[in-house]
Ligand binder design. Structure first.
Ligand SMILES: [Zn+2]
Length: 76
């Protein structure tokens, strides 16, 4: 099974949405536990890395690719 790649500052999509209805979270702290912040209500939660990897669906926006493609104005 492929290990999910994510890093600090990434916006990730979770399998289960937050109670506020948003399923996009920003990774704001990395470590043994991952701290993520809900994009919708700004509520932050600390989750064990394993649980986070299980609940994470995919990376929506990578912090790294954002800085690399600052002025890529693709219509798609
Ligand atoms: Zn929320």
């Amino acid at each position: 099974m492929e290990r999910k790649q994510f890093q600090l500052g990434d916006i990730v999509q979770m399998k289960k949405p937050h109670p506020c209805g948003t399923n996009e979270m920003e990774v704001i702290r990395m470590g043994m536990d991952i701290r993520i912040k809900c994009v919708g209500c700004k509520h932050s939660v600390l989750v064990p890395r394993l649980k986070f990897e299980k609940n994470m669906k995919k990376v929506l926006r990578s912090a790294e690719s954002q800085t690399e493609q600052q002025d890529a104005g693709s219509p798609e």
